[in-house]
Write a protein that binds this ligand. Structure first.
Ligand SMILES: Nc1ncnc2c1ncn2[C@@H]1O[C@H](COP(=O)(O)OP(=O)(O)OP(=O)(O)O)[C@@H](O)[C@H]1O
Ligand SMILES: [Mg+2]
Length: 294
């Protein structure tokens, strides 16, 4: 039995103007420790597919087919049943960190609420766990920053906090939907490294949605290429880069001349792992940098 088995997934949106077939018969499976990048042009169905794994396709969307997570069917489950799967089983990080954070509560209270309410820890234990996980995702002085509000953090730091919230409950699968698109390239490299190292530590499966093939190459072992709601190519990341079979994949690769060719080409100076250039505080002498070799 696979950790995740998606079979003939179909997602449609009905409207007065007709039907949009956003996902048209997608099938794939993944195991613990897999790192899959889902690439494809805008509108190819990546986000809708990712959200369906969490039961987050809202009306007028209709989901058909099967999504088996750890032996449990997700398609057709009630919202209440899905709440247990979200977080504990499958966590998600969105493109814009502000989507995942509530502006009127402190970061510490939002994080510790997860542990107190969802994992039934005491207030004291939840606070300690929140601080531990803030440190784990690279927030310095986590104890002092516990009482800060989201707007007091940079975009990259907010995204780290969203990652902390998603992995806090130790999900078996993390879905990251373009989590670095809104960030500058220096911060982006740090977040990608963070996600990779958390995955190595926890053994969780990773589904990473991106339109950027260079990012896909860095983060994944396998790539799924989507085009107009269908998987047009799937395979080991390096094989797809060496021998793209589908004309669309070739076109995607051609559209990235001279881009980063491997993970090693992106070499952050160590501080980039744990700090953002835009985080305001700290102000170390050697600002984090990313060297992209040609
Ligand atoms: N709520 C909705 N109502 C109607 N159509 C929708 C809705 N959400 C998504 N769609 C349609 O589903 C299709 C797939 O959209 P989706 O957002 O999954 O694409 P994507 O691959 O994530 O694109 P991008 O790279 O721009 O994020 C698009 O045609 C989109 O217009
Ligand atoms: Mg999208």
């Amino acid at each position: 039995m696979s950790l995740l088995q998606v079979s003939d997934l179909r997602i449609t949106f009905e409207s007065g103007f007709g039907t949009v077939d956003a996902v048209r018969g997608v099938s794939f499976s993944m195991e613990m420790g897999d790192a899959i990048a889902v690439v494809g042009a805008s509108g190819s169905g990546k986000t809708v597919m990712g959200r369906s794994l969490l039961g987050l396709v809202d009306a007028p969307g209709i989901v058909r087919g099967s999504i088996m997570f750890n032996g449990t069917e997700i398609v057709g489950r009630s919202e209440k049943a899905m709440q247990d799967i979200r977080g504990l089983g499958i966590g998600m990080v969105f493109q814009d960190a502000l989507d995942g954070l509530n502006p009127v509560y402190t970061i510490g209270s939002q994080l510790s609420e997860i542990f107190a309410v969802r994992m039934r820890m005491s207030t004291k234990a939840a606070r300690a766990e929140a601080i531990r996980i803030m440190e784990q995702v690279g927030i310095h002085n986590a104890k002092d920053r516990f009482d800060n509000y989201p707007h007091q953090f940079s975009g990259g730091m907010r995204q780290r906090i969203c990652i902390a919230m998603a992995i806090g409950m130790k999900p078996k699968i993390l879905i990251a939907d373009e989590p670095t698109t809104a960030l500058d390239v220096t911060v982006q490299a740090g977040i990608l490294r963070l996600i990779k190292s958390l995955q190595a530590e926890t053994g969780m499966g990773l589904i990473f949605v991106t339109h950027d093939l260079a990012v896909a190459r860095m983060i994944s072992k396998r790539i799924i290429v989507m085009y107009a709601g269908q998987i047009v190519e799937e395979g080991l990341t390096e094989e797809i880069f060496q021998r793209p079979r589908h004309p669309y994949t070739r076109a995607l690769l051609m559209a990235h001349p001279g881009r980063v060719k491997s993970w090693r080409d992106l070499e952050p100076i160590p501080e980039a792992f744990v700090t953002d250039s835009s985080s305001g505080g700290g102000g170390s002498a050697s600002a984090p940098q990313v060297v992209i070799s040609q």
